[in-house]
Design a protein around this ligand. Structure first.
Ligand code: 13P
Ligand code: SF4
Length: 301
């Protein structure tokens, strides 16, 4: 066995540790993870883990979610600089302004957000449960932060709500254009188009399937089709190829989140050895951000 993997397994036993990884991390990271998933799966899993040390291989909002949902544990984020730019693309001032100008408004916060933004929100959602949760909220007005594209997608699917959009977006998903997809479609006319809802409206409109990373993985597994255009981060290819050796996948242009790719085996080893970088939040920050996250887990059952 590879020396680094051996060392990680040894440290896991020694420290009573467990490794979580998002589908967008490097294949070598997914290989050593105990649990791999989308943001929703990882939040649910984080809450029930019994080990003393949880290593979250992903970006900082994911580390924060783990700490908020399981605060007694030591939570390590192997690269403290791995951050999701979209997590910062909303403001408390704007939330307050929308609340003043709209009666009966619920602030719905995509988990790709800082703990601070969560603490000013009524409920969190992920791309896997946003439709269900928004549909079932009692409020007519919804301020959806920070992702305008997921917010717009929810608005098209839940027309009975008045969805107020924020102008944040994932710079990686938003880069894909309608032309990128059409070009690939021309080369591979039989291929089904699988799109993450963080993509632009024009890309979502070309999709045969729209969903979270786990949703795309399940839809490909259940499909009798053999070719797929995958419009989400290329880390998903590891799981797709593992489960479907007979199927072909095409990516529209280079599709990599440089922050997710910051996590490496060396950084996981260093994190276990030094107990750093740890995710640290105050008791007050945890309590405030816990409520909307807990509500999400409740409402998506
Ligand atoms: P999901 O994990 O919900 O598919 O979200 C994708 C993402 O961008 C995570 O950063
Ligand atoms: Fe953030 Fe986009 Fe990277 Fe996901 S893929 S972590 S939304 S920048």
């Amino acid at each position: 066995m590879n020396k680094k993997i051996e060392r990680i397994n040894e440290l896991k036993r020694e420290k009573n540790g467990v490794i979580l990884a998002h589908y967008y991390t490097e294949p070598e990271v997914q290989e050593v993870a105990d649990y791999i998933g989308d943001s929703y799966f990882l939040s649910e899993k984080a809450r029930e883990l019994k080990e003393d040390v949880i290593v979250m291989c992903g970006v900082s909002f994911m580390g924060e979610c783990v700490k908020i949902l399981n605060p007694e544990k030591t939570v390590l984020l192997p690269d403290a600089e791995a951050d999701c730019p979209m997590a910062h693309m909303a403001s408390i001032e704007k939330i307050q302004e929308v609340k003043v100008n709209n009666e009966d408004v619920a602030v719905v916060c995509y988990v790709n957000s800082t703990a601070k933004l969560k603490s000013y929100s009524d409920v969190c959602v992920t791309s896997a449960n946003a439709l269900k949760i928004v549909k079932n909220l009692p409020n007519k007005n919804i301020f959806f932060i920070p992702d305008q594209h997921l917010g717009r997608y929810v608005a098209t699917q839940v027309p009975e709500k008045n969805i107020i959009l924020n102008d944040g977006c994932c710079p990686i998903h938003a880069k894909v254009t309608k032309e990128d997809i059409l070009k690939l479609k021309e080369l591979h006319p039989e291929a089904k188009v699988m799109v993450h809802p963080e993509c632009q409206k024009e890309v979502v409109e070309l999709a045969d399937y729209i969903g979270s990373t786990s949703g795309i993985i399940k839809a490909v597994a259940n499909s009798s089709d053999k070719e797929f255009i995958i419009s989400t981060e290329d880390g998903i290819l590891y799981e797709l190829r593992l489960n479907n050796p007979d199927k072909k996948f095409y990516m529209p242009k280079e599709f990599q989140c440089k922050d997710m790719k910051k996590i490496s085996l060396d950084k996981i080893i260093k994190a276990f050895e030094t107990n750093e970088p740890q995710v640290r939040l105050t008791k007050d920050e945890i309590e405030k951000a816990y409520k909307p996250l807990e509500k999400m887990l409740e409402l998506s059952k």
